[in-house]
Design a protein around this ligand. Structure first.
Ligand SMILES: [Fe+2]
Length: 131
């Protein structure tokens, strides 16, 4: 089960929060893929997911830069790794079942865990600066 977006994941930046909510929504869609889903449906979903995610990473990195976040470079590398993993998944010739499984793992492990862990570090750091 994919977790739902929650206020506790908020970075208190409306644009970024809205994008994270959309990524959670897309991940839940991936999680609900079942035996009726065709390979074409999955490829379409994977593609739109990929484009949305890539744009979001750009916006998030611009935000980190704007607040002088010291771990921007490290965070950028993590984003690059997620993009590389998704690119690999799109390119590899998986069977239908394997593609579904891989996508579920990918969205959970690479994306949702990333938001809950690494993205929250940005907000924790920002709040520390206010003390
Ligand atoms: Fe991030």
């Amino acid at each position: 089960m994919i977790s739902q977006w929650d206020e506790k994941y908020s970075l208190h930046v409306q644009k970024i929060d809205e994008q994270h909510k959309e990524l959670f929504r897309l991940s839940a869609l991936v999680d609900s893929l079942d035996k009726n889903t065709t390979k074409d449906d999955i490829k379409k979903l994977l593609n739109s997911f990929f484009i949305y995610m890539r744009d979001h990473f750009g916006d998030e990195e611009a935000y980190m830069k704007s607040i002088g976040y010291p771990l921007l470079k490290k965070h950028h590398i993590l984003h690059q790794e997620i993009i590389e993993n998704f690119t690999k998944l799109i390119k590899e010739n998986h069977s239908l079942e394997s593609l579904k499984t891989q996508m579920k793992i990918a969205t959970k492990k690479w994306l949702i865990d990333h938001i809950m862990d690494n993205d929250l570090k940005i907000e924790k750091w920002r709040l520390q600066q206010l003390q």
